[in-house]
Design a protein around this ligand. Structure first.
Ligand code: DLL
Length: 434
Protein backbone atom coordinates (compact mmCIF):
# COMPACT_ATOMS: atom_id res chain seq x y z
CA UNK A 1 0.00 0.00 0.00
CA UNK A 2 1.23 3.45 -0.89
CA UNK A 3 0.17 6.93 0.06
CA UNK A 4 1.63 8.50 -3.07
CA UNK A 5 2.30 5.63 -5.42
CA UNK A 6 3.65 7.77 -8.23
CA UNK A 7 6.39 9.35 -6.15
CA UNK A 8 7.09 6.34 -3.97
CA UNK A 9 7.76 4.13 -6.96
CA UNK A 10 9.52 6.61 -9.26
CA UNK A 11 12.14 4.88 -11.39
CA UNK A 12 15.74 5.50 -10.32
CA UNK A 13 16.60 7.79 -13.24
CA UNK A 14 13.52 9.89 -12.57
CA UNK A 15 14.47 10.25 -8.90
CA UNK A 16 17.99 11.28 -9.89
CA UNK A 17 16.88 13.92 -12.36
CA UNK A 18 14.31 15.29 -9.93
CA UNK A 19 16.99 15.43 -7.24
CA UNK A 20 19.38 17.35 -9.46
CA UNK A 21 16.74 19.87 -10.46
CA UNK A 22 15.61 20.39 -6.88
CA UNK A 23 19.17 20.53 -5.57
CA UNK A 24 20.07 23.28 -8.01
CA UNK A 25 17.01 25.26 -7.01
CA UNK A 26 17.76 24.84 -3.31
CA UNK A 27 21.38 25.93 -3.78
CA UNK A 28 20.24 29.03 -5.65
CA UNK A 29 17.84 29.78 -2.84
CA UNK A 30 20.33 29.51 0.00
CA UNK A 31 23.04 31.34 -1.95
CA UNK A 32 20.69 34.25 -2.47
CA UNK A 33 19.21 34.39 1.02
CA UNK A 34 21.55 32.92 3.65
CA UNK A 35 24.86 34.76 4.25
CA UNK A 36 26.35 31.67 5.91
CA UNK A 37 25.95 29.58 2.75
CA UNK A 38 27.06 32.35 0.46
CA UNK A 39 30.28 32.67 2.46
CA UNK A 40 31.00 28.95 2.68
CA UNK A 41 30.31 28.49 -1.04
CA UNK A 42 32.55 31.45 -1.87
CA UNK A 43 35.29 30.06 0.30
CA UNK A 44 35.00 26.71 -1.45
CA UNK A 45 35.19 28.56 -4.76
CA UNK A 46 31.97 27.55 -6.35
CA UNK A 47 28.58 28.98 -7.13
CA UNK A 48 25.33 27.05 -7.46
CA UNK A 49 25.73 27.20 -11.25
CA UNK A 50 28.75 24.91 -10.99
CA UNK A 51 26.59 22.03 -9.78
CA UNK A 52 25.91 20.14 -12.99
CA UNK A 53 25.48 16.62 -11.66
CA UNK A 54 24.64 14.89 -8.40
CA UNK A 55 28.30 13.93 -8.06
CA UNK A 56 29.18 17.62 -7.85
CA UNK A 57 27.45 17.61 -4.47
CA UNK A 58 30.72 16.31 -3.03
CA UNK A 59 32.34 19.66 -3.68
CA UNK A 60 30.05 21.42 -1.23
CA UNK A 61 31.23 21.82 2.36
CA UNK A 62 29.30 20.13 5.17
CA UNK A 63 26.94 21.94 7.50
CA UNK A 64 27.32 21.16 11.20
CA UNK A 65 25.14 21.55 14.24
CA UNK A 66 27.61 24.18 15.47
CA UNK A 67 26.83 26.24 12.37
CA UNK A 68 23.22 26.28 13.49
CA UNK A 69 24.20 27.36 16.97
CA UNK A 70 26.45 30.09 15.63
CA UNK A 71 23.55 31.44 13.61
CA UNK A 72 21.04 31.22 16.45
CA UNK A 73 18.14 31.67 16.22
CA UNK A 74 17.13 32.56 12.65
CA UNK A 75 20.44 33.05 10.82
CA UNK A 76 20.07 30.00 8.56
CA UNK A 77 16.46 30.71 7.58
CA UNK A 78 16.03 31.06 3.85
CA UNK A 79 12.57 32.61 4.09
CA UNK A 80 11.52 35.83 5.82
CA UNK A 81 9.65 35.42 9.10
CA UNK A 82 6.39 36.49 7.51
CA UNK A 83 6.52 33.28 5.46
CA UNK A 84 7.45 31.10 8.43
CA UNK A 85 4.33 29.56 9.95
CA UNK A 86 5.91 27.25 12.54
CA UNK A 87 9.02 27.17 14.68
CA UNK A 88 10.42 24.11 16.44
CA UNK A 89 13.60 23.60 18.38
CA UNK A 90 15.56 20.67 19.67
CA UNK A 91 16.66 20.82 23.25
CA UNK A 92 20.21 19.51 23.12
CA UNK A 93 22.07 18.89 26.31
CA UNK A 94 24.16 22.03 26.37
CA UNK A 95 23.57 25.65 25.58
CA UNK A 96 21.00 27.07 23.23
CA UNK A 97 18.56 24.91 21.31
CA UNK A 98 18.78 24.54 17.55
CA UNK A 99 15.92 26.36 15.92
CA UNK A 100 14.09 25.42 12.74
CA UNK A 101 11.35 27.22 10.80
CA UNK A 102 8.77 25.92 8.34
CA UNK A 103 6.88 27.70 5.59
CA UNK A 104 3.34 26.55 4.81
CA UNK A 105 4.73 24.47 1.95
CA UNK A 106 7.23 22.85 4.33
CA UNK A 107 4.41 21.92 6.69
CA UNK A 108 2.45 20.45 3.77
CA UNK A 109 5.45 18.45 2.59
CA UNK A 110 6.09 17.23 6.11
CA UNK A 111 2.48 16.05 6.44
CA UNK A 112 2.84 14.34 3.04
CA UNK A 113 5.99 12.52 4.14
CA UNK A 114 4.48 11.52 7.46
CA UNK A 115 1.36 10.31 5.62
CA UNK A 116 3.60 8.11 3.47
CA UNK A 117 5.22 6.84 6.68
CA UNK A 118 1.91 5.91 8.27
CA UNK A 119 0.75 4.05 5.20
CA UNK A 120 4.13 2.32 4.77
CA UNK A 121 3.82 1.19 8.39
CA UNK A 122 0.42 -0.33 7.63
CA UNK A 123 -1.91 2.39 8.95
CA UNK A 124 -4.96 3.70 7.10
CA UNK A 125 -8.02 5.88 7.49
CA UNK A 126 -10.20 4.41 10.17
CA UNK A 127 -7.21 3.83 12.42
CA UNK A 128 -7.19 5.49 15.82
CA UNK A 129 -3.72 6.93 16.25
CA UNK A 130 -2.64 7.29 19.85
CA UNK A 131 0.10 9.88 19.56
CA UNK A 132 2.30 9.87 22.65
CA UNK A 133 5.21 11.78 21.14
CA UNK A 134 5.63 15.06 22.97
CA UNK A 135 3.79 18.10 21.61
CA UNK A 136 5.71 21.33 21.88
CA UNK A 137 9.04 22.52 20.61
CA UNK A 138 9.93 18.86 20.00
CA UNK A 139 8.91 17.89 16.48
CA UNK A 140 7.57 14.43 17.34
CA UNK A 141 4.04 15.27 18.46
CA UNK A 142 2.93 17.74 15.82
CA UNK A 143 4.89 15.97 13.07
CA UNK A 144 3.11 12.68 13.60
CA UNK A 145 -0.19 14.48 14.20
CA UNK A 146 -0.42 16.17 10.80
CA UNK A 147 0.53 13.00 8.94
CA UNK A 148 -2.05 10.92 10.77
CA UNK A 149 -4.76 13.47 10.03
CA UNK A 150 -3.75 13.54 6.41
CA UNK A 151 -4.39 9.83 5.92
CA UNK A 152 -7.78 10.27 7.53
CA UNK A 153 -6.99 8.52 10.79
CA UNK A 154 -8.50 9.74 14.06
CA UNK A 155 -5.66 11.23 16.05
CA UNK A 156 -5.60 11.31 19.82
CA UNK A 157 -3.11 14.06 20.69
CA UNK A 158 -1.95 12.50 23.96
CA UNK A 159 1.60 13.86 24.09
CA UNK A 160 3.97 12.23 26.60
CA UNK A 161 3.38 11.64 30.28
CA UNK A 162 0.40 10.83 32.44
CA UNK A 163 0.94 7.18 31.78
CA UNK A 164 -2.11 5.82 33.60
CA UNK A 165 -4.41 8.08 31.67
CA UNK A 166 -2.75 7.00 28.45
CA UNK A 167 -3.71 3.42 29.21
CA UNK A 168 -7.27 4.29 30.05
CA UNK A 169 -7.67 6.28 26.84
CA UNK A 170 -6.04 3.56 24.78
CA UNK A 171 -8.45 1.05 26.19
CA UNK A 172 -11.61 3.18 26.05
CA UNK A 173 -10.97 4.90 22.72
CA UNK A 174 -9.82 1.73 20.98
CA UNK A 175 -6.43 2.99 19.83
CA UNK A 176 -5.06 0.91 16.97
CA UNK A 177 -1.77 2.67 16.22
CA UNK A 178 0.68 3.79 18.88
CA UNK A 179 3.25 6.47 18.13
CA UNK A 180 5.92 7.01 20.81
CA UNK A 181 9.54 6.30 21.59
CA UNK A 182 10.41 2.59 21.86
CA UNK A 183 11.34 2.98 25.52
CA UNK A 184 7.97 4.56 26.28
CA UNK A 185 6.15 1.74 24.46
CA UNK A 186 7.69 -0.73 26.89
CA UNK A 187 6.87 1.47 29.82
CA UNK A 188 3.24 1.64 28.72
CA UNK A 189 3.06 -2.15 28.58
CA UNK A 190 4.54 -2.39 32.03
CA UNK A 191 2.26 0.28 33.51
CA UNK A 192 -0.77 -1.43 31.96
CA UNK A 193 0.23 -4.71 33.56
CA UNK A 194 0.37 -2.95 36.92
CA UNK A 195 -3.24 -1.92 36.39
CA UNK A 196 -4.09 -5.51 35.68
CA UNK A 197 -4.48 -4.85 31.96
CA UNK A 198 -2.78 -6.98 29.37
CA UNK A 199 -2.05 -4.45 26.68
CA UNK A 200 -1.95 -7.26 24.13
CA UNK A 201 -5.68 -7.63 24.49
CA UNK A 202 -6.36 -4.06 23.40
CA UNK A 203 -6.97 -3.09 19.80
CA UNK A 204 -3.41 -1.90 19.14
CA UNK A 205 -2.01 -3.29 15.88
CA UNK A 206 0.95 -1.14 14.97
CA UNK A 207 3.63 0.83 16.78
CA UNK A 208 5.63 3.55 15.07
CA UNK A 209 8.71 4.12 17.16
CA UNK A 210 11.73 6.34 16.87
CA UNK A 211 13.51 9.43 18.20
CA UNK A 212 16.11 7.27 19.94
CA UNK A 213 18.27 4.31 18.99
CA UNK A 214 16.82 0.86 19.59
CA UNK A 215 17.88 -2.63 18.70
CA UNK A 216 16.29 -5.51 16.81
CA UNK A 217 16.03 -7.35 20.14
CA UNK A 218 14.16 -4.38 21.61
CA UNK A 219 11.75 -4.65 18.68
CA UNK A 220 11.08 -8.29 19.59
CA UNK A 221 10.35 -7.27 23.17
CA UNK A 222 7.94 -4.54 22.09
CA UNK A 223 6.18 -6.77 19.59
CA UNK A 224 5.67 -9.56 22.08
CA UNK A 225 4.81 -7.39 25.07
CA UNK A 226 2.33 -5.18 23.20
CA UNK A 227 1.12 -7.68 20.63
CA UNK A 228 1.83 -5.32 17.74
CA UNK A 229 4.05 -4.89 14.70
CA UNK A 230 6.66 -2.32 15.68
CA UNK A 231 8.08 -0.08 12.97
CA UNK A 232 11.18 2.07 13.11
CA UNK A 233 10.78 5.71 12.11
CA UNK A 234 13.67 8.13 11.75
CA UNK A 235 13.99 11.87 11.67
CA UNK A 236 15.67 14.87 13.16
CA UNK A 237 14.49 18.39 13.67
CA UNK A 238 17.31 19.98 11.69
CA UNK A 239 16.13 18.13 8.58
CA UNK A 240 12.38 17.84 9.14
CA UNK A 241 11.34 16.12 12.36
CA UNK A 242 9.87 12.60 12.30
CA UNK A 243 9.26 11.14 8.85
CA UNK A 244 12.62 11.43 7.09
CA UNK A 245 12.49 7.66 6.72
CA UNK A 246 10.49 4.65 7.83
CA UNK A 247 10.40 0.90 7.61
CA UNK A 248 7.69 -0.66 5.51
CA UNK A 249 5.50 -3.30 7.07
CA UNK A 250 6.22 -5.70 4.21
CA UNK A 251 9.94 -6.01 4.94
CA UNK A 252 10.48 -4.41 8.37
CA UNK A 253 14.07 -4.19 7.32
CA UNK A 254 15.65 -0.83 6.71
CA UNK A 255 14.11 2.63 6.54
CA UNK A 256 13.09 4.07 3.18
CA UNK A 257 14.32 7.63 3.02
CA UNK A 258 12.15 9.91 0.88
CA UNK A 259 14.60 10.66 -1.88
CA UNK A 260 12.39 13.10 -3.73
CA UNK A 261 12.83 15.40 -0.71
CA UNK A 262 16.30 14.46 0.51
CA UNK A 263 19.68 13.43 -0.85
CA UNK A 264 21.33 11.07 1.61
CA UNK A 265 25.05 10.29 1.62
CA UNK A 266 27.15 8.06 3.87
CA UNK A 267 30.56 9.40 4.75
CA UNK A 268 33.58 8.33 6.72
CA UNK A 269 33.19 10.47 9.86
CA UNK A 270 36.96 10.86 10.17
CA UNK A 271 37.94 11.81 6.64
CA UNK A 272 34.62 13.19 5.40
CA UNK A 273 34.95 11.08 2.22
CA UNK A 274 31.82 9.54 0.70
CA UNK A 275 31.94 5.79 1.32
CA UNK A 276 31.30 3.05 -1.24
CA UNK A 277 27.65 1.99 -1.43
CA UNK A 278 26.71 -0.30 1.45
CA UNK A 279 29.50 0.67 3.82
CA UNK A 280 28.69 1.88 7.29
CA UNK A 281 29.37 5.48 8.24
CA UNK A 282 27.78 8.80 9.13
CA UNK A 283 24.58 9.86 7.43
CA UNK A 284 24.69 13.24 5.70
CA UNK A 285 21.45 14.72 4.37
CA UNK A 286 20.74 17.53 1.93
CA UNK A 287 17.16 18.78 1.85
CA UNK A 288 15.90 19.62 -1.64
CA UNK A 289 12.38 20.86 -1.10
CA UNK A 290 12.61 22.80 2.13
CA UNK A 291 12.08 26.55 2.03
CA UNK A 292 12.22 27.68 5.67
CA UNK A 293 15.60 26.26 6.56
CA UNK A 294 17.15 24.15 3.83
CA UNK A 295 20.12 22.08 5.00
CA UNK A 296 23.04 21.47 2.70
CA UNK A 297 25.09 18.33 3.43
CA UNK A 298 24.06 18.30 7.07
CA UNK A 299 26.12 15.94 9.20
CA UNK A 300 23.54 14.07 11.26
CA UNK A 301 26.14 12.20 13.40
CA UNK A 302 23.90 9.14 13.02
CA UNK A 303 25.57 5.93 11.97
CA UNK A 304 24.01 3.68 9.38
CA UNK A 305 24.54 2.24 5.91
CA UNK A 306 22.56 2.00 2.71
CA UNK A 307 20.78 -1.24 1.93
CA UNK A 308 21.05 -1.07 -1.86
CA UNK A 309 18.88 -4.09 -2.77
CA UNK A 310 15.39 -3.40 -4.06
CA UNK A 311 12.71 -3.78 -1.41
CA UNK A 312 9.86 -6.25 -1.68
CA UNK A 313 7.35 -3.47 -0.97
CA UNK A 314 8.02 -1.85 -4.35
CA UNK A 315 9.19 1.49 -2.99
CA UNK A 316 12.02 2.86 -5.04
CA UNK A 317 13.50 4.97 -2.27
CA UNK A 318 16.70 3.56 -0.86
CA UNK A 319 16.76 2.04 2.60
CA UNK A 320 18.94 2.95 5.55
CA UNK A 321 19.83 0.27 8.02
CA UNK A 322 18.49 0.82 11.53
CA UNK A 323 20.66 3.53 13.14
CA UNK A 324 23.35 1.86 15.21
CA UNK A 325 24.15 4.93 17.27
CA UNK A 326 25.64 8.38 16.91
CA UNK A 327 29.23 9.32 16.41
CA UNK A 328 28.92 11.50 19.48
CA UNK A 329 27.25 8.73 21.54
CA UNK A 330 30.21 6.53 20.99
CA UNK A 331 31.84 5.91 24.33
CA UNK A 332 35.53 5.47 24.51
CA UNK A 333 36.14 3.26 27.48
CA UNK A 334 39.77 2.51 28.13
CA UNK A 335 40.45 3.25 24.51
CA UNK A 336 37.79 0.87 23.20
CA UNK A 337 34.97 2.30 21.09
CA UNK A 338 31.66 1.20 22.54
CA UNK A 339 28.18 1.94 21.29
CA UNK A 340 25.36 1.61 23.81
CA UNK A 341 23.36 -0.25 21.15
CA UNK A 342 25.92 -3.08 21.11
CA UNK A 343 25.43 -3.60 24.81
CA UNK A 344 21.66 -3.36 24.42
CA UNK A 345 21.63 -6.08 21.77
CA UNK A 346 23.61 -8.35 23.98
CA UNK A 347 21.51 -7.76 27.10
CA UNK A 348 18.25 -8.30 25.27
CA UNK A 349 19.33 -11.76 24.23
CA UNK A 350 19.74 -12.90 27.79
CA UNK A 351 16.86 -14.63 29.49
CA UNK A 352 15.53 -13.12 32.73
CA UNK A 353 16.97 -9.70 31.85
CA UNK A 354 14.47 -6.90 31.30
CA UNK A 355 14.83 -4.25 28.56
CA UNK A 356 15.67 -1.52 31.06
CA UNK A 357 19.29 -0.67 31.57
CA UNK A 358 21.73 2.13 32.14
CA UNK A 359 25.44 2.40 31.55
CA UNK A 360 27.38 4.29 34.17
CA UNK A 361 30.87 5.35 33.24
CA UNK A 362 33.32 6.76 35.72
CA UNK A 363 36.99 7.30 36.15
CA UNK A 364 38.86 5.93 39.13
CA UNK A 365 42.61 6.43 39.47
CA UNK A 366 42.76 7.53 35.86
CA UNK A 367 41.10 4.35 34.73
CA UNK A 368 37.70 4.31 33.07
CA UNK A 369 35.11 2.07 34.65
CA UNK A 370 31.89 0.82 33.14
CA UNK A 371 29.04 -0.40 35.26
CA UNK A 372 26.05 -1.96 33.57
CA UNK A 373 22.92 -1.66 35.63
CA UNK A 374 20.21 -3.85 34.31
CA UNK A 375 16.88 -4.96 35.64
CA UNK A 376 16.06 -8.61 36.04
CA UNK A 377 12.60 -10.11 36.26
CA UNK A 378 10.79 -10.76 39.54
CA UNK A 379 11.33 -14.48 39.32
CA UNK A 380 15.08 -14.35 39.29
CA UNK A 381 15.32 -11.33 41.57
CA UNK A 382 13.81 -13.29 44.41
CA UNK A 383 15.96 -16.30 43.63
CA UNK A 384 19.08 -17.30 45.50
CA UNK A 385 22.04 -14.94 45.54
CA UNK A 386 24.04 -17.60 43.78
CA UNK A 387 21.76 -17.51 40.77
CA UNK A 388 22.06 -13.73 40.54
CA UNK A 389 25.81 -13.93 40.84
CA UNK A 390 25.97 -16.45 38.07
CA UNK A 391 23.89 -14.23 35.84
CA UNK A 392 26.02 -11.16 36.44
CA UNK A 393 29.19 -13.18 35.85
CA UNK A 394 27.71 -14.42 32.62
CA UNK A 395 26.89 -10.89 31.41
CA UNK A 396 30.35 -9.72 32.38
CA UNK A 397 31.94 -12.55 30.42
CA UNK A 398 29.79 -11.84 27.38
CA UNK A 399 30.74 -8.16 27.42
CA UNK A 400 34.39 -9.08 27.76
CA UNK A 401 34.10 -11.39 24.80
CA UNK A 402 32.29 -8.87 22.62
CA UNK A 403 34.13 -5.67 23.53
CA UNK A 404 37.29 -6.85 25.22
CA UNK A 405 36.67 -4.75 28.29
CA UNK A 406 35.99 -5.71 31.85
CA UNK A 407 32.93 -4.14 33.33
CA UNK A 408 30.95 -4.57 36.49
CA UNK A 409 27.34 -5.67 36.31
CA UNK A 410 24.70 -4.65 38.79
CA UNK A 411 21.46 -6.55 38.56
CA UNK A 412 18.78 -4.32 39.91
CA UNK A 413 15.27 -4.78 41.10
CA UNK A 414 12.47 -4.77 38.55
CA UNK A 415 11.18 -1.24 37.85
CA UNK A 416 14.04 0.48 39.65
CA UNK A 417 15.56 2.18 36.62
CA UNK A 418 13.89 5.47 35.87
CA UNK A 419 11.34 5.20 33.06
CA UNK A 420 11.21 7.86 30.41
CA UNK A 421 8.23 9.37 28.65
CA UNK A 422 10.32 10.54 25.74
CA UNK A 423 13.90 9.74 24.90
CA UNK A 424 15.45 7.34 27.40
CA UNK A 425 18.69 8.22 29.11
CA UNK A 426 20.85 5.14 28.71
CA UNK A 427 24.24 6.55 29.54
CA UNK A 428 25.48 8.38 32.61
CA UNK A 429 29.00 9.48 31.94
CA UNK A 430 30.40 10.88 35.16
CA UNK A 431 33.78 11.49 33.54
CA UNK A 432 32.46 14.57 31.79
CA UNK A 433 31.64 16.28 35.06
CA UNK A 434 35.19 16.68 36.31
O1 DLL B 1 13.76 12.81 17.48
C1 DLL B 1 12.47 13.46 15.56
C2 DLL B 1 11.66 12.25 15.69
C3 DLL B 1 10.48 12.28 16.42
C4 DLL B 1 12.03 11.08 15.03
C5 DLL B 1 9.70 11.14 16.52
C6 DLL B 1 11.25 9.93 15.10
C7 DLL B 1 10.08 9.97 15.85
P1 DLL B 1 15.42 15.30 17.39
O2 DLL B 1 14.90 15.51 18.75
O3 DLL B 1 16.02 16.43 16.65
O4 DLL B 1 14.29 14.76 16.44
O5 DLL B 1 16.47 14.11 17.50
C8 DLL B 1 17.07 13.59 16.35
O6 DLL B 1 17.31 11.39 17.36
O7 DLL B 1 19.70 12.55 14.97
C9 DLL B 1 18.98 10.46 16.01
O8 DLL B 1 20.20 10.51 16.73
C10 DLL B 1 17.85 10.14 16.97
N1 DLL B 1 16.83 9.34 16.29
C11 DLL B 1 15.68 9.75 15.73
N2 DLL B 1 15.01 8.69 15.22
C12 DLL B 1 15.78 7.60 15.44
C13 DLL B 1 15.65 6.21 15.14
C14 DLL B 1 13.56 13.62 16.60
N3 DLL B 1 14.59 5.70 14.54
C15 DLL B 1 18.01 12.46 16.71
N4 DLL B 1 16.67 5.40 15.50
C16 DLL B 1 18.62 11.82 15.47
C17 DLL B 1 17.76 5.87 16.13
C18 DLL B 1 16.95 8.02 16.12
N5 DLL B 1 17.92 7.15 16.45
Amino acid sequence: MFWNEEFETLPREAIASLQLKRLQKTLQRVYATVPFYRETFNQANFTPDDIKSLDDLRRIPFTLKSNMRDNYPYGLFAAPLDEIVRIHASSGTTGKPTVVGYTQRDIDNWAEMMARCFVAAGAHSGDVVHNAYGYGLFTGGLGAHYGAEKIGASVIPMSGGNTRKQIMIMQDFGSTVLTCTPSYALYLAEAAAEEGIDIRNLKLRIGIHGAEPWSEQMRDEIESKLGIKAMDIYGLSEILGPGVGIECIEAQNGLHIWEDHFIPEIIDPESGEVLPLGEKGELVITTITKEGIPMIRYRTRDITRFIPDPCICGRAHIRLERMSGRTDDMLIIRGVNVFPSQIESLLMQIEDVEPHYQLVIDREDNLDTLEIQVEVNEKIFSDEIKVLQQLSQYIKAQIKEMLGITCSVRLVEPKSIKRSEGKAQRVIDNRKVS
